[in-house]
Structures are given as structure tokens and as C-alpha cells.
Design a protein around this ligand. Structure first.
Ligand SMILES: [Zn+2]
Length: 327
């Protein structure tokens, strides 16, 4: 049996795991990321938690041939530098030189959303499929494209930022500095912002009670709860959010025609409350859907484990970044 080591690096936690060749996650451990600390400290902890999972299973390091890492950033294949990890404030960072102080294994860093998509295809809702899109409806709008069971990230290997495709000409401000990105309309953060705007002058809404009369405390679950209770303001907000999301998805469908689209992240936790109106809207908003249909839309199954599994399996299913000079 072969074993694979994966590390999912997020702004909150560093989560490492060992995956067997059948994509089963055998063991995982997580420690706080401790954002705000030095690069030395954080990369040292990345190595520490990764070595700890290997040790826990009693595996000799010789059984591990590769260290796959999912990061909230890309590595530029031309320069080998980590482009921009917002949560750590790292920009153009030679992260390999830090990591190589702790490990002699070949290291492969991939964008975390791409890892999550790969994890879902190998071990979750996308099992058995080859061409899959995944969207994560969380703080941002994460996107991953799997084509023929491999991560697709474009010619320079720095795609697929589905969340930063443009949904609206000169529209709402996005965290990336651009205007009108899908993320500014379809993330959980966007849903909350839309609800806060709708609450202005609408204090009779159930949402106002649910947030303790303090809109700053409003979260996505409160919006959905109010929607389910039949609150008119929440209905307008949530169904408009669904419409935005369906429009973004319709563009992705027309371009890629994937077999399925997987939805993960906080907003997807409401299940059918989201899926049922979303499927209807995707049918309405997608080119030629009445003739050729639309891909199946499913909820993610691996939760936070998807990122670890995807990172671990980069050796087998990632792209060959080595050919671009990145080891
Ligand atoms: Zn953007």
C-alpha cells in the first residue's frame, strides 16, 4: 500500500493527513495557523503537524515520497514564488526555501480551492466523474476545475479563479480590488451584505430579531432561517442571491459543460433550501438548457477533509509543475 501526505493551509488552521492509495483519509491532525507570526514559525508548524500524522500511523518517512500542500494562493511557476496569501500577508514569498529547511521530500504547492475540488472528485460527491466544477460558498467564492480527473489551472497554472469572473459590469467591490466579481455577489459574505442592505428601513423583518437588533451580528444562517420562516425581506434577499449564483453557474456550464457541479462551503450547508430554487434558476438562466439540459448539481461530501485529500493526491492527480522549474 502507498501512503500520501497532504497539508491544507488556511488562515485559521493547518490540517495535515495521510491518505492511502484508495483515497481514504487514515488520520488527520489540525493545529492553529497562528496567522500574524513570522514565516519561519508558521512554516515550521506546517512541517511539525505533517510529520506528526506520519508518526501517529507508525509509518517510516521512507514510505512517504511527496509532500502535497494546499495554500490560499498560487506559486508562480516562472519564479517559484508564492504569489499572495492574504491571510498571512505573504506576497512573492520564496516559501520553498523555508519548507525545505524542514523536509527533503519533493514539495508540490497547489491552490487550496483546486485541492478541495480534487478531493471531492477522488473521495466525495464527484467520485466516478471526470469533468467536475466545484464552488465553495464561504467567506469568498472558491472555484476549482477538474478536467479528465486532473486539476485544470490554465497555461500559466494560476487559474481557475471562478470567484473572480465578472458577473456584473462595474458592479460591487470585490476583495481582490476589482468590481463586479462573482464573489461579490455569491459568497456567504455577499449574502450577509445583501441582507444588511435590505434590513435598512425594514426593521419589521424577522432577520432584525434574529440578529438581536444588531445587523452587524447577522450571519448567513439567520438569513436562511428567516427565509424559511416566510419573512418577505429574507425571501427577496435569498432568492436574489440564488439568482446571482445561478447566473455565475450558467456561464461556467456554457464554457465547460462539466458532468456535475459540486457546492461546498457554509451556505451549501442549508441543503435543499438552496439546491431546489438554485436548480430551477440554473435551468432558467442557462443557454439551451431546455434542449440539452444542465449538469447535475450536488452538495460536497468531504467537508474540510477535501482540501487535505486533494493536497495529498497531488502527486498522482495534480499538474506537472516540475516542468516549469518548480520542484
Ligand atoms: Zn474579485
Amino acid at each position: 500500500m502507498k501512503y500520501y501526505l497532504g497539508l491544507d493551509v488556511g488562515g485559521t488552521n493547518l490540517a495535515a493527513g495521510i491518505v492511502d492509495e484508495n483515497c481514504n483519509l487514515l488520520h488527520k491532525e489540525s493545529i492553529p495557523a497562528g496567522a500574524g507570526r513570522s514565516v519561519e514559525e508558521i512554516t515550521s508548524d506546517m512541517a511539525k503537524v505533517s510529520k506528526s500524522v506520519v508518526k501517529h500511523l507508525g509509518l517510516p518517512m521512507s514510505k512517504i515520497s511527496f509532500w502535497g500542500i494546499g495554500m490560499p494562493s498560487y506559486v508562480n511557476p516562472q519564479t517559484g514564488l508564492l504569489v499572495h496569501a492574504n491571510c498571512f500577508g505573504w506576497k512573492n514569498l520564496d516559501i520553498y526555501s523555508y519548507l525545505q529547511k524542514h523536509s527533503s521530500l519533493p514539495i508540490y504547492i497547489e491552490n487550496d480551492a483546486n485541492c478541495a475540488a480534487l478531493g471531492e472528485v477522488l473521495a466525495g460527491a464527484g467520485k466516478g466523474y471526470h469533468d467536475v466544477l466545484m464552488l465553495t460558498l464561504g467567506t469568498g467564492l472558491g472555484g476549482g476545475i477538474i478536467l479528465n480527473k486532473k486539476i485544470y489551472a490554465g497555461a500559466d497554472m494560476m487559474g481557475a479563479e471562478l470567484g473572480h469572473t465578472k458577473l456584473c459590469y462595474h458592479g460591487s467591490s470585490c476583495t481582490c480590488g476589482q468590481l463586479g466579481c462573482a464573489e461579490a455577489y455569491c459568497s456567504a459574505t455577499a449574502l450577509i451584505r445583501q441582507a444588511k442592505e435590505a434590513l435598512q428601513g425594514n426593521e419589521s423583518s424577522v432577520m432584525y430579531e434574529l440578529c438581536g437588533k444588531n445587523p452587524e451580528q447577522l450571519n448567513a444562517k439567520m438569513v436562511v432561517d428567516a427565509y424559511k420562516m416566510g419573512d418577505q425581506v429574507a425571501q427577496n434577499v435569498f432568492l436574489q442571491y440564488v439568482d446571482y449564483l445561478s447566473c455565475a453557474m450558467s456561464s461556467f456550464i456554457v464554457i465547460f459543460r462539466p458532468e456535475i457541479i459540486i457546492l461546498g462551503g457554509g451556505v451549501s450547508n442549508v441543503g435543499d433550501t438552496l439546491l431546489l430554487p438554485l436548480k430551477k434558476k440554473v435551468m432558467e438562466n442557462t443557454y439551451a438548457a431546455d434542449v440539452i439540459g444542465v449538469p447535475e448539481i450536488r452538495l460536497a461530501e468531504c467537508g474540510n477533509d477535501a482540501g487535505i485529500i486533494g493536497a495529498a493526491m497531488l502527486e498522482k492527480y495534480g499538474m506537472d509543475r516540475k516542468k516549469n522549474g518548480v520542484s
